[in-house]
Design a protein around this ligand. Structure first.
Ligand code: BGC
Ligand code: CA
Length: 273
């Protein structure tokens, strides 16, 4: 829903200004965007349901409701990290549904989220998948008979278990707007404001990010302005005076400046450049 909203915003803004957004993977480090209810483990974003139990289909649908899918293990690193996380919290050993299934072709287990075969042989619990009773077509992880080791086990899809949802990688979209007022209005449109630099750390981190992304060769609008009292620059987002003397205040209103905005959307940050 939020992704759709953000996408629509992008579409509206980009058609208004006839520009093409540049979309990059990941969240810029300087943002305080929350990814809740998903928590970051390694490079992935997961929602771990430890209390509710659902059958595989219902678990999948529940993940879909929050814009995610049942977990897909793509690398051994991901497997180890997620297992370590469960272990650290003492919530390992109880099975969680994954997106693995052989409902389409019996004996051929795939990740339903991307259709790819499950090729990491080492993640299966010893002796699994065994299709016990001829009725096991959905794959659960953290399955354990004696709590050590844990692995993936095929099980009856109707069984009620906890589950782990995995969210898609957040993205950052960049595009151009023209003047300070337009920039501010566009930020407000998605519930954000032009950037306000509260600390010197934030200032440094943003600049580092712009350098890393090689997009530091153009100016960006901030929420700073002295429109109310000439000569008295404040952050328009909170009305506070500029107190970080190290920051070069951009005093001249130019056309075609770029914009950085802080956006509280959980899975997407819109950043103008
Ligand atoms: C088997 C599993 C099976 C499960 C079903 C276990 O003892 O090892 O393969 O899925 O029982 O209850
Ligand atoms: Ca089994």
């Amino acid at each position: 829903m939020l992704r759709l909203f953000a996408f629509l915003c992008l579409l509206v803004i980009s058609t208004t200004y006839e520009i093409r957004p540049i979309v990059k993977d990941g969240l810029p480090g300087f943002t305080d965007v929350t990814t809740a209810p998903f928590l970051k483990i390694g490079e992935g974003y997961y929602y771990i349901e430890t209390v509710l139990t659902k059958n595989w289909f219902e678990a999948y649908e529940t993940c879909r409701l929050i814009g995610s899918e049942l977990i897909t293990i793509e690398t051994i690193e991901e497997w180890l990290l997620v297992n370590q996380y469960l272990k650290d919290l003492n919530i390992d050993g109880q099975p969680y549904w994954t997106s693995g299934t052989d409902l389409a072709n019996q004996g051929q287990h795939v990740w339903f989220s991307n259709g790819l075969n499950i090729t990491l042989d080492e993640i299966w619990y010893p002796g699994e998948p065994n299709n016990k009773g001829g009725n096991e077509h959905c794959d659960q992880m953290s399955f354990s008979k004696d709590n050590n080791p844990t692995g993936v086990n095929d099980y009856n899809c109707d069984g009620a278990f906890s589950y782990i949802c995995e969210a898609p990688q957040p993205k950052t979209a960049a595009f151009i707007v023209w003047n300070w007022f337009d920039a501010y209005a566009d930020c407000r449109l998605i519930g954000a404001e032009l950037i306000t630099i509260d600390t010197i750390e934030e200032w440094k981190l943003i600049n580092q990010y712009l350098r890393d992304m090689k997009i530091d060769d153009v100016p960006y609008w901030t929420s700073g302005t002295d429109l109310a009292n000439q000569g008295q620059h404040v952050w328009f987002s909170n009305g506070l005076n500029f107190t970080l003397d190290d920051i070069q205040v951009n005093q001249i209103m130019m056309e075609a400046w770029n914009t950085v905005m802080k956006c509280p959307l959980p899975t997407m940050v819109l950043q103008l450049d």
